[in-house]
Design a binder for this molecule. Structure first.
Ligand SMILES: [Fe+2]
Length: 304
């Protein structure tokens, strides 16, 4: 990788420490965006429109290029986006609350170290599937098996919400933007003080990627309008704006190239840095919802 470190001077420290989620100054943001745009290999996969861009994408590993090619035509339809908005919107009363907003509030009650986002397993079940029937969105649930570590996940990022810094370990994967806008900060290590490698913004159709060796550690943020207040621990937005992304993670034995180094870092558990004490912790990759439930809820949502 060809990159330089981003540092900040002591006189900007207060401003930096207060500025969730990336803790950087405007000047650092400008520099990190430039680094992201110049990084080799390119952190973003897209159709190259210049020789330079083609060159930057040349060394992207074939396994992730294959995932990106297969995802290239995926889009959420307009009605799916509108129905998701309805379920994310703040509500006047508990009775009127959408399924996605209800899950956000429950997740925030449990862990307010960072504003919550929603993982939707494209196979298997989610922890909050039962809310769909309990609150009258569906009459019944499918009898599907639980599934930790689904290889294919839809993530819903309410405006101004973000993930902790986390590592995808030894998996190879893609983060394909389906709706809205997402910022992805890349780090060189899983550490609160890790060097920031670059900042990229994804819009629908654009795809970030990672392997064990490259861009495995990141933080994702939806920079859209979240309404009143400043993002940070405990923040829950007051708009229906969101970004959505489609994630695929292959374990080492599922890619064409197997690196047999004896470590077991599969997608069932990811390491991350806690936002509250800035220490390492583990996240078992259970999901909040299943796509089969969410799709049925969205399709029965009136859009008038
Ligand atoms: Fe991630």
């Amino acid at each position: 990788m060809i990159m330089t470190n981003a540092t900040h001077s002591a006189d900007t420290l207060d401003e930096v420490e207060g500025a969730y989620p990336f803790h950087i100054t405007k000047e650092e943001e400008r520099r990190l965006r430039l680094q992201g745009a110049r990084a080799v290999p390119s952190p973003v996969i897209g159709q190259a429109t210049s020789f330079d861009e083609y060159n930057r994408q040349l060394m992207i590993p074939p396994a992730v290029m294959d995932l990106a090619r297969k995802a290239a035509d995926l889009r959420l339809s307009a009605w799916e986006v509108e129905a998701m908005r309805k379920h994310l919107a703040p509500s006047e009363s508990d009775e009127d609350m959408g399924l996605l907003r209800r899950i956000l509030l429950k997740k925030n009650d449990k862990d307010d170290s960072h504003p919550p986002y929603i993982r939707v397993a494209c196979t298997g079940r989610g922890d909050f599937d039962h809310l769909a029937t309990e609150h009258g969105h569906l009459d019944s649930l499918d009898d599907t098996e639980g599934d930790i570590g689904s290889p294919v996940v839809l993530e819903i990022w309410p405006a101004q919400h973000y993930s902790p810094i986390h590592s995808h370990g030894h998996t190879s994967g893609i983060v394909f933007c389906l709706a809205g806008q997402l910022d992805v900060m890349l780090y060189d290590d899983l550490d609160w003080d890790a060097t920031k490698l670059g900042l990229v913004t994804l819009t629908p159709g654009q795809c970030a990627w990672l392997t064990k060796e490259t861009y495995a550690v990141h933080r994702v943020f939806c920079p859209m309008d979240g309404g009143d207040g400043t993002t940070g621990p405990g923040f829950v937005n007051s708009t229906d704006e969101f970004g959505a992304s489609f994630h695929v993670y292959l374990n080492p034995d599922e890619t064409a190239i197997e690196i047999n180094d004896g470590e077991s870092h599969n997608r069932n558990v990811f390491d991350y840095i806690r936002e509250d004490n800035q220490e390492r912790d583990k996240f078992t990759t259970h999901s909040d919802l299943s796509w089969s439930v969410l799709r049925r809820v969205l399709s029965s949502t009136p859009l008038t």
